[in-house]
Ligand binder design. Structure first.
Ligand code: ADP
Length: 810
């Protein structure tokens, strides 16, 4: 191709392609890249169908070899070619509507060279789309206007909406889901379909209810905007996807039906057989439809409500429940209902003749309030109910509850509720007060009574009478002495009261109830006793509870005394038992000792086994003896028979001796015992008792130490001696730490570790007797450290129960 052709094409801004005879691309200018995104290199040598997949409809006929000639054109100029509208393909695969014109290159006919010029049609396309949408909307609007004008029923209207969508927009099936206000669910109200074969889908749909957020259309309800699906069978949120797929429904849209003020009535769903392509158009239509239907429902509900309201007012006006009248703002009655006329004894004629006004209806002493009513009506629109009176035609008064509301500028409606049947008129204030008191007493759980000076009842009132099986006033005129002849205590109280005494009494009647009575003397004008006034309150429940509490307390006290007695008996038994057992045990120990000595001295080989057995028996005897000692010590401590014999003791030395005694046992158990500490730590203590303390702690450390080393540390700090016994054994749970120092308290089972649970009890008692303190730091599985603090100067220099941490070995 001629280089000039290229240059010319490049210099032109419009998108242009040069084509050869067989519609192959020979050149593309920069405008092409701009229009469709293809670069020149991508296009060169490729067929035109790459850019215009459908080809040019009249390219063949207009083949440059046989250009159509038309008269009137200069023969050397190419004849004008018609513009052809085609869909071009962008490089990214999207179509773009364009107009093209194919012209032969002047002078290039021999080569078959022609130029294709492009002209984008975007604006036109957009405009056309818009117009099409408007037409669809208009048609829909017209169809709905007609449908809505023919019905005042939600279901009918919904059906018409769905059918219009089907007929005008090509949807196959539609459902209207109504929102059940109270129940908070969507329920299908009606379904329309053009296609008969969708019974499965229809059945599944009509049997469903949906909660907000649940599937589709549940989510439309919460999102309050259309949800469009190209193919709903691929939509995870759509719970009926499998049935839809089976029945060949693919395209779908779900949109809310919105009324005014954001009120939502329900959701419409539409389905089509083919997947949807025009999302924007579908959504625009759905929005318009949802609002149009919503506005219709607004009107429907509003009318219904108004009708109901009218009906309610009419019924009220006609019922004999309330007297009602309408007056003008000057107070003249314009209309009244039959109830009011009956209540006040007027006729309809009286109203018609304009005889009635606020001032004729209100008694003179109430008239001033009329002004206030009108003022309030002008400012607030209502006058809240007040108790008042209205005048009957015959001037009698009727007690009423009155309330008014203004009906616009001109009129006032007033209701009058007749109270005469509910509460008789009380003309004077004192009687009113009396009545109030009477009401109070007759509803209170009390008995109010009065006796004259002879003991005859003159008054007997109060709800409390019911419990006695009496009616108010029933005993009036009877004698209290007669009535209570079987109740000796009560009779005494009656006599005291009639003698003029003011007092409280509690009377337990033989029939069961208990009364507390305040007796108040009555006097005549000269101040002489004239009987008594009594106010009794039924305190049966209160008294029973009090007695029950006392009884419980007594029982608890008895149990405590019994428990103490049992503990004492146990301790006594233990003291006696250990005493009695100790004596034979000591002699058994001595005999064993003798036997052992002999067996050792005999030197016969067969006696070496005997020696071993005897040694074992001796260890058992020693263990038994230690346990007996423990029991004896406890009884001594418990009975306060602990006598201290104080003297100078070196704690360090004492600990060494105790350790020596444990040497054999520790070797046998494989437990290494070590002592840390320097020099003597000398204090004024009871040596045997302190020895027992250390023994108990070391023996526990070995027993519960799981064979791990046991460390003992001794030192002095100021005026205190400090001893620490640490093991690495089973440890102690936090909740047991305090408890184990108690009598018979243990934190292990007897089956696993023998013992009485007395060792630590004795330790604490002895240490405290020596003026010191003991505690333990431990964690389960991590071993324990027992801390002991003793004043060097002896018990008189007592240390606080909690060893001071900074001075201690913690
Ligand atoms: P006994 O050892 O006879 O049971 P003690 O009064 O000496 O009685 O100890 C009370 C309880 O405290 C023991 O049963 C045990 O549960 C716990 N105890 C004492 N010393 C230790 C220790 N060093 N390690 C773990 N537990 C201990």
């Amino acid at each position: 191709m001629d280089i000039d052709v290229r240059r010319v094409l490049d210099s032109l801004g419009d998108p242009l392609l040069a084509l050869d005879r067989s519609a192959r691309i020979l050149h593309a200018n920069a405008g092409m890249k701009e229009l469709l995104g293809w670069s020149r290199l991508e296009l060169l040598g490729r067929p035109l169908t790459l850019v215009i997949p459908g080809g040019l409809p009249n390219l063949r006929q207009e083949s440059p070899a046989a250009p159509p000639q038309s008269a009137g054109w200069e023969p050397h100029l190419p004849p004008p070619r018609p513009l052809v509208r085609v869909s071009a393909l962008r490089r990214d695969g999207r179509p773009r509507e364009v107009e093209v014109r194919l012209s032969p290159w002047p002078g290039g006919e021999a080569e078959g060279l022609s130029i294709l010029s492009f002209h984008p049609l975007d604006t036109q396309v957009e405009l056309e789309r818009h117009l099409r949408l408007c037409r669809r909307l208009n048609m829909m609007e017209a169809a709905l206007t007609q449908a809505f004008s023919q019905t005042s029923d939600e279901e009918d209207a919904a059906y018409a909406v769905l059918r219009a969508c089907g007929e005008l927009e090509g949807w196959t099936l539609g459902t209207y889901w109504r929102m059940e206000q109270g129940a908070n669910v969507l329920e299908p109200l009606t379904l329309w379909t053009a296609s008969p074969g969708l019974s499965d889908f229809t059945n599944v749909t009509m049997r469903r209810t949906l909660a907000p957020l649940e599937g589709l259309p549940g989510q439309t309800w919460t999102r309050r905007e259309p949800i469009w699906c190209r193919d709903v069978t691929r939509e995870a949120r759509f719970l009926r996807a499998d049935v839809a797929a089976r029945e060949g429904l693919h395209g779908a849209i779900f949109f809310p039906v919105m009324g005014s003020g954001g009120r939502m009535y329900g959701v419409v769903e539409l389905f089509s057989r083919a997947p949807r392509e025009e999302r924007e158009a579908d959504e625009a239509l759905a929005n318009a439809l949802g609002h149009r239907f919503g506005r219709f429902l607004d009107r429907l509900h509003h009318t219904e409500l108004e009708l109901t309201r009218d009906k309610a007012v009419r019924y009220l006006w006609e019922s004999d429940l309330l007297g009602l009248f309408v007056s003008d703002t000057r107070g003249r009655l314009l209309d009244a209902n039959a109830t009011l006329l009956r209540m006040l004894g007027y006729s309809r004629r009286d109203v018609r003749e304009g005889l009635l006004s606020w001032s004729t209806l209100l008694p003179p002493n109430q008239r001033i309030s009329l002004e206030g009513v009108l003022r309030r009506l002008r400012t607030d629109g209502v006058f809240h109910s007040v108790e008042s009176e209205l005048l009957r035609k015959n001037d009698n008064r009727v007690p009423v509850l009155l309330g008014s509301a203004s009906l616009g500028e001109e009129h006032v409606v007033t209701f009058a509720l007749d109270l005469s049947a509910w509460r008789p008129m009380e003309p004077t204030a004192p009687r009113e007060a009396d009545a109030r008191l009477h009401t109070l007493i007759s509803h209170a759980p009390v008995v109010l009574f009065a006796l004259d000076r002879d003991g005859n009842f003159t008054l007997s009132e109060g709800w409390g009478l019911e419990a006695l099986g009496l009616k108010p006033g029933q005993v009036v005129g009877m004698s209290a002495f007669e009535l209570y002849r079987a109740e000796a205590t009560t009779l005494t109280h009656v006599r005291r009261a009639l003698a003029g005494e003011d007092f409280f009494s509690v009377d337990a009647l033989s029939t069961g109830p208990i009364y507390e009575t305040h007796w108040v003397p009555l006097r005549d004008v000269e101040g002489r006793p004239a009987g008594t006034l009594g106010l009794s309150v039924d305190v049966t429940q209160r008294e029973r509870e009090a007695r029950w509490r006392t009884q419980l307390l007594a029982e608890a006290e008895e149990a405590r005394v019994e428990a103490e007695r049992a503990v004492r008996a146990r301790d006594e038994f233990l003291t006696i038992a250990s005493h009695e057992l100790k004596t034979p045990l000591t002699s058994l120990g001595l005999q064993l000792h003798t036997l052992l000595k002999r067996a050792r001295q005999s030197g016969r080989p067969e006696d070496s086994e005997t020696v071993q057995r005897l040694e074992k028996a001796q260890r058992q005897i020693q263990k038994l003896a230690r346990m007996m000692d423990e029991l004896l010590d406890v009884s001594r401590v418990t009975e306060g028979r602990l006598r201290l014999e104080l003297g100078e003791v070196d704690l360090m030395q004492l600990v060494r001796e105790v350790m020596e005694r444990f040497q054999e046992e520790s070797q046998r158990m494989g437990t290494r015992l070590t002592l840390r500490g320097e020099g003597p730590v000398v204090g004024r203590w009871d040596r045997p008792k302190l020895e027992q303390v250390v023994t108990n702690l070391v023996s526990n450390a070995m027993k519960y130490g799981a064979g791990a080393p046991v460390e003992i540390q001794v030192r002095s700090s100021g005026a205190l001696a400090l001893l620490e016994v640490t093991d690495h054994g089973i440890g102690i749970a936090p909740e047991d730490v305090e408890r184990i120092f108690g009598k018979f308290e243990r934190a292990v089972t007897v089956r696993k570790y023998g013992g009485f649970g007395l060792g630590l009890y004795i330790v604490r008692q002895l240490v405290e007797a020596l003026g010191g303190a003991v505690d333990v730091e431990s964690a389960p599985g991590r071993g324990s450290t027992f801390h002991l603090v003793l004043p060097l100067a002896g018990p008189e220099a007592r240390v606080p129960t909690q060893p001071p941490t900074d001075a201690g070995l913690h």
